[in-house]
Design a protein around this ligand. Sequence first.
Ligand SMILES: [Mg+2]
Length: 395
Amino acid sequence: MRITKIRATPVAVPYRTDETWAFGSRSGMVSVLVELDTDEGIVGLGEAAAYPSAEIVLSVLKSVERLVVGADPFRIEQLIQRIDVVGTWHHVKATSPAIAAVEAACWDIVGKACGQPLVNLFGGRFRDSVEFFYYVAAPDPDTVKAEGTRATAAGFTTCYLKVGSDSLDIDIERVAALRDGIGPHMNIRIDANEAWTAGTALRAVRAMLPYGLELVEQPVSGRNLQQLAYVRGRMDVPMLANEACWTRYDQLSVIHNGAADVLSVDNQMDGGLLNLKRSAGLCAAAGMTVLKHSLGELGVALAAATHVIAATPNFRHANQAYGALLSDDIVDGFGGGVDNYRDGCLDVPTGPGIGVALDPDRVARYARLYREHGDTEFSFQHPRALTTGLALPKH
Ligand SMILES: [Mg+2]
């Protein structure tokens, strides 16, 4: 079998409410849907987060086209090695989502050709469903509380809250409001996206301790592992590394420096589903648990990762997904909207390959939305981020 063509379609899907973090803001999500045609009629489906932008994803896809077209989709290791080495993409993390989408689409072809869901090709079902968090992206404490109540009603067990984009007092108010909304038993995970200094991080976590925190994600810079280890050693809450460990090479450094308790791993930032499995294996060897990070993704990329997570033992925490924020999706029964989740979990798809299919009407609708607004309201370069980004880090 040979790959005959790469087709790429950027789509923009609006959020229910804006997403704001320490360094940015956006009103929806852009993804690039990738379809690989083959000479045997099987079409492989993949998806790349538009990171850092859809234009860059499309450029990377164009640049690897001559390596991908003509390749055997079963020879995934060989194809990715050629892209890494011949294409020299091993130097560049931020352009990885396009390559990851090609890799996932190859796996979709393999699964469809074999008549097997991906979970059966990645080790089989260690678990039948995969847990995800509820993303609380609300600016004021009253709305944070209401979102917490919505998360509880929908059956989620972990809420995720961004901190670090406002004063510490406001962040503490938000955490208190969230605990008020969810009651005593649900997990609260906070993510500062590197915005704090070591001193602020320690003060913040101490002040938030009465409200109960599950994990503190990347409170300080990911580029100074000694500082991360210093903060970790003085906190009474487990530390989750994110910006410190985008790739397996970074993860190895975090492990060697004792700079985290839990690592987030990301197939989009590290070149594919095989590397997601390898990341988890690296951490398992170090006695560490992992969870999947998300740059923001729709149902295709989410379903692809769900297969690998289901087949890998040390994914022991609620993983990242945007179901609570997204108003819709481009596949049925998976991804955007809390109605797709049962007790915060997604069932592993049972169809061959990734096991989801694009809805042509919604793809057309959101492709149009991308063409009209994608590069502004829905991108990582949202206008509000452009006007506020220079002041950070500010604590
Ligand atoms: Mg993070």
